[in-house]
Design a protein around this ligand. Structure first.
Ligand code: GUN
Length: 294
């Protein structure tokens, strides 16, 4: 029988910890941490994510602001918005929700963010610091996965961690973090992607399998070793007329056949997702403490 890595309940616990921290700060007369977000265009998933970040910010007592821009906004206008937030002393950290419309160069935008306010950990400075093992902001999704593994005391040292997917946001930082010489890591890591030959033969070697490939129910039972720890980063809306909402959610793993072979599993929803948001809040608290010299 497998056990759940329950991201939903863990995120509630961590939010309570953050809320207590904010209460003790405001009791001393200090202002609240402030997280801002820039949202461009009307991509449904991005709107949902930003709304969720805003709601969670308020739940822990942070100030939250969202700057909305139309899909045809120019790169120059976005760069001005970033400069404004870089200079705003009342803003501790901010994110630019991705993806951006095609006419905007994402790298130009990310590089303009002040690394000290880059709570997504996407700027070259923070990525470089992470790879060197220096103090930095770690991207929220891999950070959330590490928190889940650590707080559930999952044994990682000397294990083979296979990461499927090489995105800048999840797979690449995840592979780096799991290979580091620290508690909750110290793994031998294999990073697989869309061009990997004989993928099932590699994923079957995984003691810890992290799937972030962005394809619904891509990982099947034949790809997983008995007793593996399974982390599913995917979340997809599948049209489903039997649901009132018109869709159901699924991950990158076919849970109906895979879960029974695992020791630990992140459910979808309620696994990695809630921890991602909480990690962003933790990064914002860290940015705030640095900014306020606390
Ligand atoms: N798009 C998908 N995930 C993320 C994230 O963690 N941060 C931002 N800014 N955009 C995203």
């Amino acid at each position: 029988m497998y056990q759940l890595l329950d991201g939903k309940s863990m995120s509630a616990t961590i939010k309570e910890e953050l809320a207590n921290e904010v209460r003790s700060l405001t009791a001393k007369g200090l202002r609240r941490p402030h997280l801002a977000a820039i949202l461009v265009g009307d991509d449904g998933a991005s709107q949902t994510y930003v709304a969720s970040k805003e709601k969670s910010s308020h739940e822990v007592g942070f100030t939250s602001s969202v700057y909305r821009y139309s899909a045809n906004t120019s790169e120059e206008e976005l760069l001005r918005a970033i400069e404004f937030l870089n200079d705003d002393d009342e803003v501790d950290g901010f994110i630019v929700q991705l993806p951006l419309p095609k006419h905007i160069n994402e790298q130009h935008i990310i590089q303009a963010i002040n690394p000290d306010k880059d709570v997504d950990g996407f700027t070259p400075v923070n990525v470089g610091r992470m790879v060197l093992g220096e103090e930095c902001f770690v991207p929220a999704t891999p950070m959330g996965i590490c928190t889940l593994l650590e707080r559930y005391n999952i044994e990682t040292e000397g294990k083979h961690c296979v990461v499927v997917g090489r995105s800048n946001i999840v797979g690449t930082p995840m592979a780096n973090l799991m290979s580091r010489n620290r508690k909750g890591a110290n793994c031998t890591v294999t990073l697989c992607h869309s061009r990997t030959a004989n993928l099932p033969a590699i994923t079957r070697q995984a003691d810890i399998l992290v799937v972030a490939i962005g394809k619904p129910e891509f990982v099947t039972a034949d790809m997983v070793k008995e007793g593996a720890v399974l982390v599913d980063v995917g979340i997809h809306r599948i049209p489903d007329e039997s649901k009132k909402s018109g869709f159901h959610l699924c991950g990158d793993v076919k849970h109906s056949e895979v879960d029974e072979h695992c020791s630990w599993v992140t459910p979808v929803p309620g696994g990695v997702g809630p921890l991602t948001i909480v990690s962003l809040l933790q990064n914002t608290m860290k940015a705030y403490r640095r900014h306020m010299n606390l």
